[in-house]
Design a protein around this ligand. Sequence first.
Ligand SMILES: [Zn+2]
Ligand SMILES: [Zn+2]
Length: 290
Amino acid sequence: MEIIPLAFDSLGTRSMCTSVITKDVKIMIDPGVSLAPRRYNLPPHPLELERQGLHWKEIVKYTRECDIIIITHYHYDHHNPEEDLDIYKDKLVFIKHPEDHINKSQAKRAAYFLKKIEGIPKEILFSDGNQFTFNNTKITFSPPVFHGTNNKLGYVTEVLIDDGYKLIHTSDVEGPAIPDQVDFILKNKPNLVIIDGPLTSMLGFRYSQANLDASNENMIKIINECPVDTLIIDHHILRDLKWKERIAGVFQVAQEKGVKLITAAEFSGKPIDMLEAHRRESYKEHPISS
Ligand SMILES: [Zn+2]
Ligand SMILES: [Zn+2]
């Protein structure tokens, strides 16, 4: 399988958008990209807006070519209900259930999105806990799991794509800190996992040290119990300039086991470019003339 990260926090935008191409099908996971509306009390720097535009262009290009679109949940960094809706034309679309295991805000966004794409896709199917086969490629979705460490932000589905090589995309689990989030991974024995990582930029506020400890333990479990060659860690944790030290224990075990623990940028052979975490520096180095 070919795995192409298209937009990720390590590439300068908020997203986990990934194209996965097997011999049987071309799959797009979460075609959306956004930016932090405020960080350090600053709005997005023009550099970030420009990057978002570039990423969206790439996402549109790859999504037009794909057969299957997966939407793991209804946050705007994972889908885009406003632009280029023709990318859904004639596609098979697997969506997180829009009414079951969902919070109010996401249910509202789901209904809006479904209205916007009405009649465009070939078929829309609910993904939650289901499995679909396309010749030698199997796509399996976890039952809905917490978006984060409780149900306040709703639920997401994790995605397993298996063509002999097994990839799991966790979506926004913010960890994984919770048993059923990590159980889906341990049970399915993937070769590569794309993890969004603990939300350590909010450590002590919206994210607790206990949940960080649990996430680290769980990532170490994945390395020890699954035949992984690579863990791609990105999205939430890449909003923290100290991200490497937050998961130092995981880096150590990965190194001992010869497992690559890398960002989506590094996986793509590109430099890490944490534009959101470096927003203050962007304003200093490239001041906005008023
Ligand atoms: Zn989300
Ligand atoms: Zn997200």
